[in-house]
Design a protein around this ligand. Sequence first.
Ligand SMILES: [Zn+2]
Length: 430
Amino acid sequence: MTMLQSKNEPLPSSVGTAYIIRAGRLIDPETGSAKYNQSISVKDGRVVEIGTDVAPLENAETIDLSEFSVLPGLVDAHNHLALTYKKFPENNVYYYTYIQDSTAIRAIQAVSNGIQMLSSGFTLVRDLGNNALYADSALRIAIEQGWVPGPTIINSGIIIGSMGGQFHPTPEMAKQHNIVYPEYLDADTPDEIIKAVRQNVLFGAKVIKIMVDSEPYPYTVEDMKLFIKEATNAGGLKVAGHVQTEEGARRAIEAGIWSIEHDDAINDELHRQMAAKGIWRVGTETPFTEYSSTQEVFDARVSRLKNAFANGVKMAFSTDADYYVPGLTRGEVVLNFLKTWKAAEIPDKEILKIMTVNGYKVSDIYDKRGPVRPGFPADIIAVKGNPLEDINALRSVVFVMKDGLVFKRGGVVTPEKFFHGGPVNGWNIR
Ligand SMILES: [Zn+2]
């Protein structure tokens, strides 16, 4: 949950609960293998034991998932839970969403989006900005305090960029900050870079997100090294870079950035450099659907994804989801991104590993959360079918356990255990 708990301490929201999960097929995405007829015991929010025969726990409820595949929770490594642009009234122009929707209303909508993600099996979301005035921190804190259910959130706070960020503001917006500021934090000089990182950390960021190559002022390699130095100093936070040009990618790689967000500008040569330096590719590979992209854009994206896989680049499953598609939940919008990964002919086992293990790693949480492992928080899902052979099995999540509490069973969301009237996790507003 937060830094308050060290390993093996009970999770405060889950104290006193115990379950024995009977898993028909228990999948280990790390090895791409499965074991059959396994049991998992869970107590006080954490996995205790895994095996064909586990020790009974006092007052444990048995959950029968013998007909299903059981696996660790999924990860979307790039989402925007507190941004939902839509056809009406803003004609899908997010520029206007910023103006119309307050931080407060966006934070509440983020709670709903988080619940929708959790229902689709996503127990961890990297939430990378465009979240008004720290609606993302508010969401993370509300989940950690046990007020609402949701995925574990690794949030960036406000995206930092050279003046104007991605936004091409008018002088009135940029200079007077009357409307829509602060969707981006301006940081042009070394002092401003340091200040911006510290502001985000103070207001709850768990990763630092920067605009590597905003027009007209891209960051230099030295600028990015300073970001990395400051983030590292603040408890070892990682720096994620929005990249839209080849030159930006080249500089970010040279600076040793943690992750490159978006795939548009990355080619074979850059993939090779990323693989050599171990830099994460968080490609946000939008599929071609009736509501997104075009065949041409999609084909180019698929060939880039194939190239990245062939080059052994470290990859995460990510979506950039920040829009409403009528009839679909945020989780269903995200799962449609499977289409791109299938089109790139990446083996189902690999896709599953990318959506789980790689997601924990790019979130820099792999040593604390994610794998179904004794001592770890019990973030466990179950699906019909076998995702090692057909990754689209992930579209039918029937069971979700988060922090050792049952959020969904029999395909129905049952969230009552996630609502607490006060903070369960100490009062830590960061
Ligand atoms: Zn994004």
